[in-house]
Design a protein around this ligand. Structure first.
Ligand SMILES: [Zn+2]
Length: 218
């Protein structure tokens, strides 16, 4: 019956109201329903479509769009290119103290790429990681929805892994997007932000139920 309902909805019967006269009242209701009122299934489809469109349009506004995994699986060529861009960014590294060069290339929901490198400081703890530089550049340009970030370093025997602070920084913009940990030869390991930071604390937790509301004076 559902299949027939769908067919009727998609193909309204090409008949005049008068020609309904030979139909039973229940059939008339069915046709009326399909011509004028979407079924739950159709409503859901439309809602999903609207949500998807909204997600695309709001990409610059809501990091939570990342939760919806919309074709974020990059093809091999794109991954290769993103890693290459992170390697190029590494060349800009300012690391006179650690001599540890890191580069990052971040791909946004609309395939724009922002790169970053680590930027150290004589006051050591002010140093910035490459990942945070790239993400901050993107956010400052209006992007909050990301598909992937590639990270490059000079470590030749292991894949460069983001520090804890950067994992949390990535998590701010969703946990279901990809991080490519690479080696200088271009080989890589793909992990999601959630895999890198399981059971994480994120922006959603800020609005979760509390035992009581903190009074204003705090
Ligand atoms: Zn870091």
């Amino acid at each position: 019956m559902t299949a027939v309902n769908d067919w009727l909805w998609l193909h309204p019967l090409p008949v005049s109201p008068l020609s309904h006269s030979h139909l039973k009242p229940s059939h008339k209701r069915l046709i009326h329903q399909h011509k004028n009122k979407p079924t739950n299934k159709t409503k859901n489809k439309t809602k999903k479509k609207e949500k998807k469109t909204r997600a695309n349009m709001d990409g610059v506004k809501s990091g939570r769009d990342i939760m919806h995994r919309n074709s974020k699986d990059l093809c091999k060529e794109t991954v290769k290119k993103l890693i290459f861009q992170s390697q190029e960014a590494k060349k800009q590294s300012y690391c006179p103290y650690s001599k540890f060069r890191v580069g990052a290339a971040l791909m946004t929901f609309d395939n724009t790429v922002f790169t970053g490198c680590n930027v150290e400081n004589a006051s050591y703890n002010l140093g910035l990681c490459a990942e945070r530089t790239a993400i901050s550049k993107a956010v400052s340009e209006g992007y909050r929805s990301f598909k992937a970030i590639a990270i490059a370093s000079d470590l030749c025997e292991q894949f460069i892994s983001p520090c804890g602070g950067c994992r949390q920084f990535m998590r701010e913009f969703g946990s279901d997007w990809d991080v490519y940990l690479s080696k200088p030869d271009g080989s890589y390991k793909r992990m999601t932000v959630d895999e890198l930071l399981p059971a994480s604390f994120g922006p959603e937790d800020m609005s979760m139920k509390k035992v009581f509301n903190i009074p204003n004076e705090y």
